[in-house]
Design a protein around this ligand. Structure first.
Ligand code: AOF
Ligand code: ZN
Length: 360
């Protein structure tokens, strides 16, 4: 069999539909669907607009009406097989008389999977895998979270040339440049959790919201999460009305991530201090590192990450650099460098197999 040129073009279109700007971040993946007639012409298009709204296939079927009969459905994700917030798409496609279904990514969600088998049992031709890598990339955090049973973790930190994140007296504003801070807000907006420890809340009193160039909070905010066992002063800025806040009374990264996954969270932006960063690194629970390096020297002060249990150079963690960007200088600033890295071998043993607790 294989995929026709029209199907390949339709899948590219479906991927673009899936990534339509403005769809809110939420528990559901982004999905696009294009219905083709026998000649390969588009009958209708659809996409998913977030949890609770119709799935992409149902959206396209509704637009096609009777013209869906005999068509080929090109979908970025395996049609679902379950009744969740909405009904099963596999059944909807069969009921509409669709002849053939081409999808990119098999649904990794055990609750929803099985649509391909249902379609085949209904006598519909099914082919999978077209542009699967692109489809996974559209829903990178969702795919990761569902496959690993925990959110993806991006650890972000700002450091001086000598690896310090605060001066000896504890002051840390501002290590990175205005351009770097703005860039951080852009990255925050791609995540659904901002995570710090109780120590950071006590010492820095951060807002942890996503703000625009003028400092105004954006309408959609990640959940602010503080982990650690100590009580927090309710007057801290993190408890203001700009976003929701959750205090997780644990110091264990595994437990924190399990709790966040249970709350449908898929991408954690870890901005805690050195102890929390160290706890996540030791537990092997950092999936991406974003480091802003400022041309500044302190010579003393808090290091960006606490002890990792590494005593010799051979034991160093050596993440791979996946991107280097220069954030151009603005008035009164020097250029900063942003390094993006991934842990070298996700399954490689960590320097210390046990996970250490952290509270900052
Ligand atoms: C599809 N098409 O457009 C989407 C699918 O709670 P529900 O009912 O919205 O179901 C969410 C699950 O359904 C989600 O985790 C994923 O497995 C699948 N999403 N499936 O056929 C769609 N958004
Ligand atoms: Zn569905």
């Amino acid at each position: 069999m294989g995929f026709s040129a029209a199907e390949q073009a339709a899948m590219r279109r479906a991927l673009a539909l899936a990534a339509t700007p403005g769809v809110p971040l939420g528990p559901n993946p982004r999905v696009g669907c294009v219905l083709l007639d026998d000649a390969g012409a588009t009958v209708a298009e659809g996409f998913h607009r977030g949890a609770g709204s119709p799935h992409a296939e149902v959206d396209a079927l509704a637009r096609a009406g009777d013209r869906a009969r005999g068509s080929t459905a090109v979908v970025t994700l395996e049609p679902c097989n379950h009744t969740g917030r909405t009904g099963p798409c596999a059944q909807a496609l069969a009921d509409a008389g669709v002849r053939r279904v081409v999808f990119a990514q098999p649904d990794p969600n055990p609750t929803a999977a099985g649509g391909a088998a249902t379609l085949l049992a209904a006598g519909i031709e099914v082919e999978a895998g077209l542009l699967v890598d692109d489809a996974r990339a559209v829903n990178r955090s969702w795919t990761f979270a569902v496959e690993h049973g925990r959110p993806f973790v991006t650890w972000k930190f700002a450091t001086t040339l000598d690896g310090r994140s605060a001066a000896a007296d504890g002051t840390s504003r501002w290590v990175s440049s205005a351009a770097a801070r703005l860039d951080t807000h852009r990255l925050r907006s791609l995540c659904d959790v901002m995570l710090v420890g109780t120590h950071t809340v006590e010492v820095d009193d951060p807002l942890l919201t996503v703000r625009d160039d003028d400092g105004a909070p954006l309408p959609q905010q990640p959940l602010r999460v503080v982990m650690g066992e100590r009580d927090l002063d309710p007057r801290r800025r993190i408890f203001n009305a700009d976003a929701e806040t959750l205090h997780l009374r644990t110091r264990d990264p595994h437990r924190a991530l399990a709790e966040l996954y249970a709350r449908d969270r898929q991408h954690v932006f870890l901005e805690g201090g050195p102890t929390l960063a160290s706890a996540f690194l030791r537990a092997g629970l950092v999936d991406q590192v974003v480091a802003y390096v400022a041309p500044m020297l302190l010579g003393a002060g808090r290091s960006a990450v606490a002890d990792l249990g590494i005593t010799t150079i051979a034991g160093a963690l050596r993440p791979h650099v996946t991107d280097i960007a220069v954030l151009e200088a603005t008035e009164g600033d020097e250029p900063n460098v942003r390094l993006t890295l991934t842990p070298g071998h996700p399954d490689a043993p960590q320097p210390d197999g046990t996970h250490q607790d952290g509270e900052d």
